[in-house]
Design a protein around this ligand. Structure first.
Ligand code: PDD
Length: 286
C-alpha cells in the first residue's frame, strides 16, 4: 500500500514526493533526522525528540523551519493518514536545494527540505527479541567525532550493521580507545551486581531520548545507575547487557563477540526495564 508522506508543506503519495538532485542532503549528507516511535497511535517521548532536533539543527547552523506545534500536527496527521497503530515516524531536515554542488553553504534564504514518512511496524511492543535477546560483534568506531548531532551521514553505522549481518549476528557495538561508544543505532548498557552501567553523555555518543527517559524511570524505581565507559571484556563478564533506541525501546544482548553474557538469555533487569519503559512512556505519549 502506498504511504502518504510529507514534503515541504504537502501531504503526497510516496511516489510523487520528489527532491532535487542538488539537495544538500543528497550530495553532502547535510541534514539531520529524528525517529519517533508510535504505540497505540500515540507518539512516545515526543518533546525529547523535538528538543534534540532543535539542538542538531542549531549545531549545524540551520534554522528550525517549523514550530513545535506544527511538528506535532504533521506527526499526528501522518499517523492518521497512514493508520499507524505501531511503528515509527521518520523526520529529516536538510539544508535544501543548493541549485548546484558546492562545499560552501547555499544562500541563507535557501529553504530547507523537510521530509517525514511513516513505517508501520505491527508487533513493535511485543517484539520476540525482548525474550530471545540479540547477538552482537564489536567493531572499531570509525565515525566522525560529533556523534551527538543526529546527522543523516549513516554510512559507517550501515557498514558496521552489514559486517554484523555477514558474520551471522544482529548488530555491532562500536569501540573507540578500548571502550564501547554505542551500537550502530542505539545506546548500550551493561548490568553488574544490579547496577546499570552506561557511557556518560559527551560528543562521542548520541544523546538518546530513550536513554534519558529510561534512566529517569530507573532512578525513580530506586535502581542504581553508573554513567561511565565500559570495555567489551567487561560487557562479556557482566550479568546482563542491553541497548535502547526509539525503534527498539529496550532489548537484551545475550552474546558479544561469541561470548555469552550471563547465562545467555534475556536477564531480569533488561526485562524489567523494558516493561518500565513501555509502561511509563505510554503514560506521557501524545
Ligand atoms: N537511532 N545512538 C545512535 C547512533 C542512534 O542512531 C540512535 C537512534 C540512538 C538511540 O537514540 P534514541 O533513543 O533517541 O532513538 C543512539 C534511530 C532509532 C535510527 O537511526 O533509526
Amino acid at each position: 500500500m502506498s504511504r502518504t508522506v510529507y514534503l515541504n508543506g504537502e501531504y503526497l503519495p510516496e511516489a510523487e514526493a520528489k527532491v532535487s538532485i542538488f539537495d544538500r542532503g543528497f550530495v553532502m549528507a547535510d541534514g539531520v533526522y529524528e525517529v519517533t516511535s508510535v504505540l497505540g497511535g500515540k507518539l512516545l517521548d515526543f518533546p525529547g525528540h523535538l528538543k534534540r532536533l532543535a539542538r542538531s539543527l542549531s549545531e549545524l547552523q540551520m534554522g528550525n523551519p517549523l514550530s513545535d506545534d506544527e511538528w506535532l500536527a504533521i506527526h499526528r496527521k501522518l499517523v492518521e493518514l497512514n493508520a499507524i497503530d505501531e511503528g515509527i515516524i521518520y523526520l529529516q531536515v536538510t539544508r535544501g536545494n543548493a541549485g548546484d554542488r558546492d562545499f560552501a553553504f547555499p544562500a541563507e534564504d535557501t529553504p530547507p527540505t523537510v521530509v517525514l514518512f511513516t513505517q508501520s511496524k505491527p508487533g513493535l511492543a511485543a517484539n520476540p527479541q525482548a525474550k530471545t535477546g540479540l547477538r552482537v560483534i564489536s567493531v572499531p568506531d570509525l565515525r566522525w567525532s560529533r556523534r551527538d548531532i543526529k546527522t543523516v551521514q549513516l554510512l559507517y553505522p550501515s557498514l558496521a550493521k552489514m559486517e554484523a549481518k555477514h558474520r551471522g549476528v544482529d548488530d555491532a557495538w562500536l569501540v573507540e580507545d578500548g571502550f564501547v561508544t554505542e551500537g550502530t543505532s542505539n545506546n548500550t548498557y551493561i548490568v553488574k551486581d544490579g547496577k546499570i552501567i552506561t557511557r556518560q553523555l559527551s560528543q562521542d555518543i548520541l544523546h538518546g531520548i530513550t536513554r534519558a527517559s529510561l534512566l529517569r524511570y530507573a532512578a525513580e524505581a530506586q535502581m542504581q545507575i553508573e554513567e561511565r565507559p565500559f570495555t567489551i571484556e567487561e560487557a562479556q563478564a557482566a550479568d546482563e547487557a542491553f541497548f535502547t533506541s526509539a525503534s527498539a525501546f529496550v532489548l537484551p544482548v545475550v552474546e558479544i563477540d561469541g561470548a555469552k553474557v550471563g547465562n545467555g538469555s534475556a536477564g531480569p533487569v533488561a526485562t524489567r526495564l523494558r516493561e518500565l519503559y513501555l509502561e511509563e512512556s505510554l503514560k506521557s505519549a501524545i
